[in-house]
Design a protein around this ligand. Structure first.
Ligand SMILES: [Zn+2]
Length: 253
């Protein structure tokens, strides 16, 4: 299990940088929660802890304490830049070696693959969250809130989603995360043009203890008795159905 600590910068009484009608704390939170959802919904073997789950005031020490106490494998702090400039940059603590620098290389690259930002480069800085975290740590600065061009991009929720997607792609590659199977192995015992035929077979299957449902797919009423992420489980149910006299097939859909 890879434990990823996601730290949306600022929050509560600390809005972070502000400009062009935007607040940094709101943008970092939106990126962070989308990133969390992508990791948990689409990948196996990953768990996530957030430094804040709403608009709370959380000190820098509270953030790194939470990551250290949890025993995170990776600390990711998400920020929006300000102060004159444009584009994306990332930071690690000065003098750190691999794997931290490798994670920076990979995540920096994956973000710029899907996000239309100028590349300001991979940098180092003596930031609290990079220094006081006991695990590899990266801080990203995703555009400048006080730059009209960057701010106009940051006003779009699909742009923020792309930033989250870039971070997710980077974390997945850096930690070799496996995608959850999107298709399932379906166990089917019949397919009919006439619904009553499918209903009759489903009733017969239920009488023999199978959990049968009738689904309309591509103009056919299909009688399905199970759907599994694992082929073994599907094959095993199909064998049981055949032993009970049904003509079971397994297919991936
Ligand atoms: Zn910040």
């Amino acid at each position: 299990m890879v434990k990823v600590f996601i730290d949306p910068g600022h929050g509560g009484s600390d809005p972070g940088a502000v400009g062009n009608g935007l607040q940094e704390k709101t943008l970092t939170f939106q990126i962070a929660t989308t990133l969390r959802d992508i990791l948990l919904n689409e990948y196996e073997g990953v768990s996530v802890l957030m430094s804040r789950t709403g608009d709370q005031t959380v000190s820098l020490s509270q953030r790194t304490d939470a990551a250290n106490n949890w025993g995170a494998d990776f600390y990711l702090s998400i920020h929006i830049n300000a102060g004159g400039g444009t584009g994306f940059e990332s930071y690690v603590y000065p003098g750190v070696a691999a794997p931290t620098t490798t994670y920076q290389d990979i995540i920096h690259e994956e973000i710029l693959k899907v996000v239309e930002f100028a590349n300001r480069g991979e940098k180092t800085a003596n930031f609290h969250v990079l220094r006081e975290s006991n695990m590899p740590a990266l801080l990203t600065e995703n555009g400048f809130i006080d730059n009209t061009n960057d701010a106009n991009k940051l006003k779009s929720s699909s742009f923020l989603a792309a930033i989250a997607r870039g971070h997710a792609n980077g974390i997945a590659r850096a930690f070799s995360l496996t995608k959850k199977p999107t298709a399932l192995y379906k166990v089917q015992i019949g397919a009919f043009r006439i619904k009553s035929n499918a209903d009759n077979l489903a009733a017969e299957a239920r009488a023999k203890g199978f959990d049968a449902v009738v689904l309309l797919r591509d103009g056919l009423y299909k009688v399905q008795i199970g759907a599994f992420a694992s082929k073994e489980n599907a094959d095993s149910l199909a064998a049981k159905a055949r032993a009970a006299g049904f003509d079971a097939i397994v297919y991936l859909e």
